[in-house]
Design a binder for this molecule. Structure first.
Ligand code: UDP
Ligand code: MG
Length: 336
């Protein structure tokens, strides 16, 4: 869809935005100078993920203020941070693509270091937050999820939660060929990268507004990560099932022998209750787990658009013919 020569633009920065009106001013004030200082041709793609506050208006205003480097994609609803990044990937033209959160938790000044690392020949630069400034619960929950993900998927990342990352053009192009409905962009990129590396970056407290991730959304995101990149949970449940079946078979034989030798007895009935409830718990959990996979298959086969683009605000100078027309409406990109 985009015929602009990718080599024309060195760097694209993709920023997902969801209800960030209070922090956008500070973001603009730091992001543009940081990128101007790099001295390379760049573009910034803001993807408004259906914000219900003034974010879209502020982005449009900013696009008018810096039309040379700013492009804004407006979704018609809230499709989630990772879908917003994927839309940015589909529209961006840079040789290197950096993703950045809009809340200034990751300093935009670090982008230069990511770009320099990419220039060393890597095709994916991940990041590790030097001193993470999040709540105790978030820090510990993600440490456990990191551990679990390391064990059950092929994805090797020290800090999966940090979204300030740089991706090479090839990696982005391959991601653009995927049509996964629920996905986790950093892990997907890792899958396709040939030479990944990581660097440490600073981390700050949220400048304004609050985290857009409720506990429920966080759990869902982590399920996306696990179910999208591993079948290990299902295999683990089969092994657990076999082990439990063998154990209960042995218990049955034991009880039969006991009954034949000593006659019928009612002791131990509560122990049996306890065992039964425990097994019921395991059963319900494995059904739920199965449901997680089935639900995702269902969403995938339904084949609805992953997101709907309402409008693209774009007046950037287009170096090649036939590229994005300015302010295209109802783009529908990503509809597969
Ligand atoms: N975000 C988004 N859609 C969502 C949730 C979040 O585009 O449904 C954006 C949000 O505006 C921010 C980034 O994703 O730019 C990270 O969100 P947040 O800072 O709330 O996540 P946290 O830092 O708490 O993990
Ligand atoms: Mg944040």
């Amino acid at each position: 869809m985009n015929t602009v020569s990718p080599s024309a633009i060195a760097l694209s920065v993709v920023v997902p935005v969801y209800n960030e009106q209070d922090g956008l001013g500070a973001l603009f004030a730091r992001l543009y100078p940081a990128l101007d200082a790099l001295g390379e041709r760049y573009e910034i793609l803001f993807v408004n993920d259906g914000s219900r506050d003034r974010s879209a208006a502020l982005l449009a205003e900013q696009q008018r203020a810096r039309p040379d480097v700013t492009r804004v994609i407006l979704f018609n609803g809230n499709y989630g941070q990772h879908m917003a990044i994927l839309a940015g990937f589909e529209h961006c033209r840079g040789r290197v693509v950096v993703t950045l959160d809009a809340d200034l938790q990751n300093p935009p000044e670090e982008i230069g270091r990511l770009v320099a690392k990419m220039a060393e020949g890597y095709d994916y630069v991940g990041t590790i937050r030097r001193k993470r400034q999040d709540s105790w619960f978030r820090r510990h929950a993600s440490r456990w999820m990191n551990l679990l993900r390391e064990k059950i998927t092929h994805v090797r990342m020290t800090d999966q939660g940090c979204m300030l990352r740089a991706y090479g053009r090839d990696v982005v192009d391959t991601i653009n060929r995927c049509s996964e409905v629920n996905t986790f962009v950093p892990a997907l990129a890792y899958t396709f990268s040939l030479r990944p590396t990581e660097i440490e970056v600073g981390h700050e407290e949220r400048a304004a507004g609050e985290s857009k991730y409720s506990l429920f959304k966080l759990v869902r995101l982590n399920f996306d990560l696990v179910t999208g990149f591993s079948l290990m949970p299902l295999q683990f449940m089969s092994f657990l099932g076999i082990a439990l079946a063998l154990a209960s078979g042995a218990l049955f034989v034991l009880l039969m022998i006991d009954r034949l030798l000593f006659g019928s007895q009612v002791q131990g009935v509560f122990t049996l209750f306890a065992i039964t409830f425990c097994l019921l718990g395991v059963l319900l959990f494995s059904m739920g787990l199965l449901g997680e996979y089935v639900g995702r298959i269902y969403e995938q086969v339904r084949g609805r658009p992953r997101y709907v683009v309402q409008a693209v605000l774009d007046d950037t100078e287009v170096p090649a013919a036939g590229a994005d027309a300015p302010a295209r409406a109802a783009d529908g990109a990503g509809a597969r």
